[in-house]
Design a protein around this ligand. Structure first.
Ligand SMILES: [Zn+2]
Length: 302
């Protein structure tokens, strides 16, 4: 059963929004694609683990810190006597393995070795348990989830599960007999309490509020072509209709996501929303839906 849900990381949400509103520099664009692709793969793996019938606790996406050594776990599965650590990779295309190094076949470039990533993660997790005085056996696997992934010269005797091996692998896990107790639950709770959320903002300070494109974005298709009619906003591309209040509050959420330190004022939201021609309307929506502090001229909404 799922003990900790997976959600999109703050960094991925931030980049998704910035990608629409700003011209991402090459490295940020690459980072955005990698995060999105990785997340997609992890969600694909979740669909498999969620169906497992053996007694388990699934902790999806943990970000931990052991004395300054930060490490991320894609999926951790607690069973009666074993802890499974899964490093999920959504690589697509042809790759080859030579002298312990993974390369992309198309570019011949070396890629980050997932086996080393798994090893590091496993070692840090073991140390973490040691520091907690918990004795567990950890078994780690690299899961290549994408059916269009192929590795030439794949190494033998490495903890790798390829896409075509996944069905049998899941079956094998399912056959395990496992009964969880309060001790396992305590361990799961402890791990969740140690989960950190890392602030991504320092990396993206170049995209200041005066530089990003303002305006409503359609919540369905992402288009900027929105027209205001009565108490609704309509997307001119996909036709999606959204209530005015809901749309304004969605924009407030986006401003908060992009610029958490920015004070939410009527003026700021008014400028951001562009198509709404009355500040009064904006003030009404904010007043009705948010708490405010300050004087009439300088209301700040929270
Ligand atoms: Zn649309």
């Amino acid at each position: 059963m799922i003990f900790k849900e997976r959600t999109e990381s703050l960094e991925l949400k931030l980049l998704r929004s910035l990608d629409v509103r700003a011209d991402l520099i090459e490295t940020d664009m690459q980072r955005f694609h990698n995060l999105a692709k990785g997340y997609e793969g992890e969600v694909m793996f979740d669909l498999l683990t969620e169906t497992l019938k053996c007694d388990n606790f699934l902790l999806n996406d943990l970000f931990l810190d052991l004395n300054g050594n930060k490490f991320q776990i894609d999926t951790l599965m607690i069973t009666q006597d074993l802890l499974y650590l899964f490093e999920v990779k959504n690589f697509e295309g042809d790759f080859y393995y030579e002298n312990g190094i993974f390369h992309s076949l198309a570019s011949k470039k070396e890629i980050k070795n997932p086996l080393l990533q798994l090893e590091r993660c496993q070692s840090l997790l073991r140390q973490l348990f040691q520091s907690l005085g918990v004795r567990v056996t950890i078994e780690g696997f690299v899961i290549f989830i994408n059916p269009r992934f192929h590795l030439y010269q794949s190494p033998l005797n490495k903890p790798i599960i390829y896409p075509n091996q996944l069905p049998d692998f899941m079956k094998k896990l399912n056959r395990k007999s496992s009964t969880l107790t309060g001790r396992h639950k305590g361990l799961a709770e402890q791990l969740v309490s140690m989960h950190r959320i890392e602030s991504p903002y320092e990396k993206y300070t170049r995209y200041t509020i005066d530089k990003v494109k303002k305006g409503f974005i359609c919540g369905v298709c992402g288009s900027f072509h929105i027209s205001f009619c009565g108490r609704h906003l309509q997307c001119e591309v996909c036709g999606h209709l959204e209530g005015l209040d809901v749309a304004v509050l969605r924009m407030v959420e986006e401003i908060r996501l992009l610029y958490p330190n920015e004070k939410i004022t009527t003026n700021l939201v008014y400028e951001w929303c562009e198509v709404i021609d009355s500040k009064k309307t904006i003030r009404r929506v904010l007043k009705q839906n948010m708490n405010c502090t300050g004087k009439t001229k300088g209301l700040i909404f929270e």
